[in-house]
Design a protein around this ligand. Structure first.
Ligand code: GLC
Length: 573
């Protein structure tokens, strides 16, 4: 199975072996000191990511959040030119150099494909809204108002609160936007739209990029009849209680208050026709060598999310299951979530795993109850880098960067700006990368677009790079281990519950030749793990606790409070 695919075509399947690193370009490195990160800045930091030696982090691929031309109402997720770089970040020539420099270091480059919507200033939309009979009118979703009062066509709401319909005075119709009104949704039933986006994909793949992350791909096609979405509570009645308890308290409250959309997106998301679009994309990817795609498919229904791999594995190459980032800090919640995902994945489907990104509160802060964030961040990295599937690290996660608490007047994200304090927006996880403890954390020489975090003498690359007990050293070592252990790279996954306390999350990763067990103690108490079927000697090859001797052990294994271990069971019978 996975072994065969990996072995049979090493190059085509590089993405199964890779460790990905997400860069939010505005915040990684500023080279021209305007307070905003840029491509030249990123180039100057590539050695940090992978210089081919064990000094560097050792990641193999970067996913870049968008740096295309954009008025930045949603910070790059509203694009006016898909085939050019925004001048804030550089030029196409800078991009070509970035690509070349990345490839020289064996780092693959994956871009963000944001095509559920464009910017309202995109020439396509400007044409579309210019008159009802414009040739591009049908490239977007236009509808008449309802009744004499010309009310919005239906009850669909945006993810950023409020109606998903905005009235256009000039042409006297509504247009649809699933996010901001400055982000009109494209009409994916229009073949010309599909062709135009296909051209964009060809443009970048032809230039040498290695794949795409597909922004909100479950949103592309909408119900052809534009039926009203049902209110949230109708669906919640059917919700499985165990799943509800797996969510963080905040997620529960949001769900119960039915924020932010107050409705279940039955008719404006996850429409069957979207699968055809993804098949067409896949066809384009497959016409090149060794390209990949990873979907941002939001939803708690694992079977539905998994369906985006396609029945014949002919849609996404990889897909996230974001419920993993919604789990409460309970071993059982993590285990059940992974099992649910694994159970629902079609044969040969390759998962993508992540705990943090530019839309989520940084995991280290999400799980910081009682000041335990740092310890838990170590465990999260252990889990991320030992699960089956490709791990995605969010910039700064490797140095235990925390969510930064911002005051109202410091917010930039439109969600926070509009809804503070109900919602503080997403700026707290997008602050500048913390390179050192200088004024602006080594990110820039002038005031950055968002303030830098605190504790720079501890939470920075400079402070951690040469400290063997730092988060950086832990992540670097885990990346190295993952690459050296076939069971972690390509082995099967199975949970271990027998003889294991409910406070521990234990699992096996196995190939024919190698058997690795990962054991994570989620509690404040010492715990024993004694999986009865595993007799004989085993070797602890990694622990999140710096004091732990890496030794040959006999079960039961004793785990210190908040400790996680990797154990090589290949010696056990
Ligand atoms: C995705 C992006 C998010 C953006 C939204 C609209 O969810 O991750 O940052 O705001 O799409 O494009």
């Amino acid at each position: 199975m996975p072994l065969q695919t990996l072995e049979s075509d090493k190059d085509n399947y590089w993405w199964k072996k890779a460790v990905f690193y997400q860069i939010y370009p505005r915040s990684f490195q500023d080279s021209n000191f305007d307070g905003v990160g840029d491509l030249k800045g990123i180039i100057s930091r590539l050695d940090y990511l992978n210089d081919g030696t064990t000094n560097s982090l050792g990641v193999d691929a970067i996913w870049f959040s968008p740096f295309f031309k954009s008025p930045e109402f949603d910070y790059g997720y509203d694009i006016v030119d898909y085939c050019d770089i925004d001048p804030r970040y550089g030029t196409l020539a800078d991009f070509d150099r970035l690509l070349e420099e990345a490839h020289r270091r064996n780092i693959m480059v994956v871009l963000d494909l944001v095509v559920n919507h464009t910017s309202y200033l995109h020439p396509w939309f400007l044409e579309s809204r210019s008159s009802r009979d414009n040739a591009k009118r049908d490239w977007y979703v236009w509808k008449d108002g309802k009744g004499r009062k010309r009310k919005p066509p239906n009850n669909w709401r945006t993810h950023f609160f409020g109606s998903a319909w905005t009235w256009d005075e000039k042409t006297q119709q509504y247009y649809l936007h699933s996010f901001l009104k400055e982000q009109p949704d494209l009409n994916w039933y229009n073949p010309e739209v599909r062709e135009a986006v296909g051209d964009v994909i060809h443009f970048w793949l032809g230039r040498g990029v290695d794949g795409f992350r597909l922004d909100v791909a479950h949103h592309y096609c909408k119900d052809r009849q534009f039926r009203n979405n049902p209110p949230f509570f109708i669906r919640d009645r059917g919700l499985d209680k165990t799943r509800l308890s797996d969510r963080t308290l905040m997620a529960n409250i949001m769900k119960l208050l039915a924020l932010p959309t107050m409705q279940y997106g039955k008719y404006n998301q996850h429409q069957p026709e979207t699968h055809q679009v993804l098949k067409e994309f896949r066809h384009i990817f497959d016409s090149y060598q060794a390209k990949t795609s990873v979907g941002e498919i939001l939803g708690d229904d694992a079977a539905l999310v998994a369906s985006y791999y396609g029945e014949k594995n002919d849609e996404l190459h990889m897909n996230f299951y974001f419920e993993l980032a919604n789990c409460r800090w309970k071993a059982g919640a993590f285990r059940r979530c992974i099992e649910r995902w694994e159970r629902n994945l079609p044969e040969n489907a390759w998962p993508a795993q992540t705990f943090s990104n530019h839309d989520l509160v940084r995991a280290i802060s999400r799980y910081d109850h009682g000041g335990n964030g740092d310890k838990r961040a170590r465990l999260l990295m252990l889990i991320l880098l030992t699960l089956r599937g490709t791990p995605f690290i969010y910039y700064g996660e490797e140095i235990a960067m925390k969510e930064v608490k911002l005051a109202k007047n410091q917010l930039k994200d439109p969600v926070g700006v509009k809804w503070y304090p109900v919602h503080r927006g997403r700026d707290g996880c997008r602050t500048p990368m913390q390179w050192d403890d200088s004024n602006y954390a080594g990110f820039s020489n002038s005031a950055p677009w968002l303030p830098v975090g605190s504790e720079l003498s501890r939470r920075s690359v400079a402070a951690q790079q040469n400290d063997p007990n730092s988060q950086f050293s832990l992540v670097r070592e885990l990346i190295r281990l993952r690459k050296s252990l076939p069971a972690l790279l390509e082995g099967s996954y199975s949970s271990v519950t027998e003889g294991v306390s409910a406070d521990c999350f234990c699992y096996l990763r196995e190939t024919d030749q190698q058997k690795i067990m990962v054991c994570v103690n989620f509690s404040f108490r010492r715990q024993n793990a004694d999986p009865g079927s595993l007799n004989g000697e085993s070797r602890i090859i990694f622990s999140t606790e710096p004091e732990r001797e890496l030794e040959i052990i006999n079960f039961p294994l004793t785990l210190e409070p908040g400790e996680g271990c990797i154990i090589d069971l290949s010696m056990a019978k």
